[in-house]
Design a protein around this ligand. Structure first.
Ligand code: ADP
Ligand code: MG
Length: 702
């Protein structure tokens, strides 16, 4: 059946009509025949399996049993009576129960005649019982439609109330198969079908709706998942390829004095192999004449900053400017201070621009940017303002990318003059590979998967609130050794007031247990003015205070190597990636560092999993995998990207292997036939074109 026919509005399908069509549109977003065809069942009831009564377990969902009715009795209950039948097979007895229609049931059902019963069972009075079973004679059962695997379609309360039951949906799907004779256009090439060992499109659609057996159902699912993921990957890779050929970038073809001087004379430590590899990957991009769009992933503390700096040097060596945008003021200041030292040695002009930059400074910065005197600009969102104009921005770096959206990337993009600048986005929140492939499939990805040498693994423990005294004693011992300590409180927007109170209560109690003048305490939270925040941060960074009480404002990037203890209060209220980020604030120096997760006694299962994961591993990628399993891809990536993950049948977490296969084959096909013009690939090309045309079906590819 061709694609155009399947675009027929659903109203025109026999058995649907205007009212039902309306409901299908509103409730299930089904507009066309194609949409109905792609309404895949949520689950199936397997009526190929027959239970013996002694095999029934309390956890069973719907089951079916063959047996005979031995007797009926009516039992009085609070209101009216219930009809109870004793049902028996060769292994035991159970009860069938009806609360209405007694007369009709007694008249139509015969004693000692084999029946197939089907329904949910309850455990009641020491016996299994099945209320209002579906019931038919073994004869009818054998000849009827109820002996296969039955699809259960997605539904809504409204649909059920308006009489569009699962049976009705199943019937209209059957009607569609009748009208199309069950023949559907193949979307993949023969080669792919045989290489991946898939069943045909028509066979898959038939068996996803009306599975002949479990094996064919599994094959149908695999085929459709593969297809879904394959075309998403194809789309992403094509986008990336088109990007590379169409979007010209500045070519940084020389490695110049700044880079070499820094590399030869000022490198503060030897780069790790991972850092070297990533620098090479980036240099290759910058040297080609295509615009770079690269994601740099590296766990907290893996040393992304120096890589970013050396990339900036490549830009400056080629006569361009560079900028680095960070999500918070604190982080921008820290980057600025760190890079300033290196810039001084190299005679590079660097400035910082944030919301709190004074107007007079701001004006100078604007002027120097436009004249080109300023070579590097660090800052917050303030960089995105229209007034900020570069003479020739060649490279824009975004730190902690998960805090920024696509819109910000675009704004930086527009700051290029003749060409867009090269863009490098960095994130310390590792994204599982599978997810990165799907969400950032159009970006190139580099990974720093190695920590600088000499780091000791942070020891993480979970302690209950009642052990607080021991924890405080431990803190005192660490401070005696000259170390510094963070104590972090949750900050969740909705209950900001309560959080603020928690923080202040905590601050007071810590002040009592750690009295002045022996102990000095800093406090930083979101309600403070930037200047005050900065002052407190600086006091802590310089070692003037030993304890930093804070909300999650210190979550990203802050670097105080002498701090060796991270206490996280109400740790059960934090997400995994946040906990991992916070923990990354310690373990930055040579000393053994500790992370202590404080919680109350009552913990949900998810909280327990999060805490145990933190205690068990320091590996950000492993943590990201657990996080993905707990929260699902939509939540992990944030709402802005969840549309991309709105898959029809595949599940990025569960179908990781299929995804990897799909990506592999999408790449292979495009490598052998970039324009998909070979006759072998005609199905793929047609499908690809149709998908781009009928956006409403595949709206997750946008
Ligand atoms: P992140 O990737 O979290 O941004 P940073 O760039 O802040 O990490 O680096 C963390 C710390 O490790 C910094 O103090 C930095 O100077 C140090 N560092 C980075 N690379 C190396 C290296 N190759 N050898 C030793 N120390 C390094
Ligand atoms: Mg960083």
């Amino acid at each position: 059946m061709n694609t155009a026919f399947l675009q027929t509005p659903i109203d025109y399908l026999k058995g649907v009509g205007p009212n039902r069509a309306d409901l299908l549109r509103k409730e299930l977003n089904i507009h066309t025949f194609q949409d109905l065809l792609n309404l895949f069942p949520n689950r199936y009831i397997d009526r190929t399996r027959y239970y013996k009564i002694n095999q029934i377990q309390q956890s069973n969902a719907e089951i079916q049993v063959i047996g005979v009715i031995k007797n009926f009795k009516e039992v009085a209950q609070k209101r009216g009576k219930r009809l109870v039948a004793t049902f028996q097979d060769e292994t035991g007895t159970m009860e069938l129960v009806w609360f209405r229609g007694h007369k009709w049931i007694k008249d139509s059902l015969k004693l000692n005649t084999p029946y197939v019963i089907f329904g949910k069972t309850n455990w009641f009075n020491g016996k299994f019982s099945m209320p209002h079973p579906d019931i038919e004679t073994t004869e009818d059962h054998k000849n009827g439609l109820n002996n296969g695997i039955q699809p259960i379609y997605p539904s809504t309360e409204k649909l059920t109330n308006k009489g569009i039951s699962n049976r009705v949906v199943s019937k209209v799907v059957q009607q569609l198969f009748l009208e199309t004779k069950g023949r559907f256009t193949e979307t993949l090439s023969n080669e792919l079908i045989s290489d991946v060992k898939l069943i045909s499109k028509s066979e898959a659609l038939l068996n996803i709706h009306f599975p002949k057996n479990q094996e064919l159902l599994a094959k149908a699912q695999l085929r459709l998942k593969f297809e879904e993921l394959f075309f998403i990957q194809l789309q992403l890779i094509i986008k990336n390829l088109i990007h590379k050929t169409k979007i010209k970038g500045f070519t940084f073809n020389k490695v110049g004095t700044y880079f070499n001087t820094f590399f030869n004379n000022h490198l503060p430590f030897e780069l790790t192999n991972a850092q070297k590899r990533v620098l090479k990957e980036i240099r290759a991009d910058l040297g080609s004449n295509a615009q770079m769009n690269r994601l740099l992933q590296g766990d907290v503390g893996s040393g992304k900053t120096i890589v970013a700096f050396m990339c900036m040097l490549m830009a400056i060596d080629n006569g361009f400017q560079a900028c680095l945008m960070a999500p918070t003021e604190i982080l921008s200041v820290q980057h600025y201070n760190g890079l300033l030292e290196w810039c001084k040695k190299l005679n590079i002009n660097i400035e910082i621009l944030t919301g709190s930059t004074k107007t007079s400074n701001r004006k100078t910065i604007h002027k120097d940017l436009e004249s080109g005197d300023l070579q590097i600009l660090i800052g917050t969102h303030a960089l995105l303002e229209d007034k900020v104009k570069f003479k020739n921005l060649g490279l824009a770096i975004i730190d902690e990318q998960h805090r920024f959206g696509v819109a910000q990337r675009k704004k930086l993009w527009d700051k290029g003059i003749s060409n867009p600048p090269h863009i490098l986005v960095m994130t310390a929140t590792p994204i599982p590979r599978t997810l990165a492939m799907s969400v950032y499939g159009d970006l190139d990805i580099s990974v720093i998967d190695e920590l600088p040498p000499g780091r000791q693994a942070i020891k993480t423990v979970h302690r209950f609130d009642k052990n607080r005294l021991n924890v405080f004693k431990f803190i005192k011992d660490e401070i005696k050794k000259g170390r510094q300590v963070y104590v972090v409180y949750p900050l969740i927007q909705e209950s900001e007031k309560m959080d603020y109170k928690d923080l202040m209560d905590g601050y007071e109690s810590i002040s009592r247990d750690f009295p002045m003048p022996e102990y000095q305490i800093s406090i930083v939270h979101g309600k403070m003015k930037p200047a005050d925040k900065d002052y407190e941060m600086q006091r802590f960074a310089k070692g003037e205070t030993q304890i930093m009480v804070a909300t999650t404002v210190i979550e990203v990037g802050v670097n105080v190597p002498n701090a060796s203890v991270m206490i996280i209060e109400s740790a059960e209220r934090f997400g995994l990636s946040q906990l991992h980020q916070l923990r990354g604030r310690v373990g930055r120096g040579a000393e053994q560092s500790y992370c202590i997760l404080m919680t109350g006694h009552k913990l949900s299962d998810d909280s327990k999993t999060r805490l145990n994961t933190m205690v068990k591993t320091n590996d950000g990628f492993e943590i990201a995998e657990v996080d993905l399993k707990l929260r699902g891809p939509g939540d992990v990536m944030g709402t802005q990207q969840s549309g991309v993950l709105n898959l029809r049948i595949a599940d990025i977490v569960k179908d990781k292997d299929v995804l990897q296969h799909a990506r592999y084959y999408a790449k292979k096909v495009l490598k052998e036939d970039p324009s998909l013009s070979h006759p072998n690939n005609v199905n793929i090309l047609n499908t690809y074109k149709a998908l781009s045309k009928y956006k409403n079906i595949w709206n997750y590819i946008s």
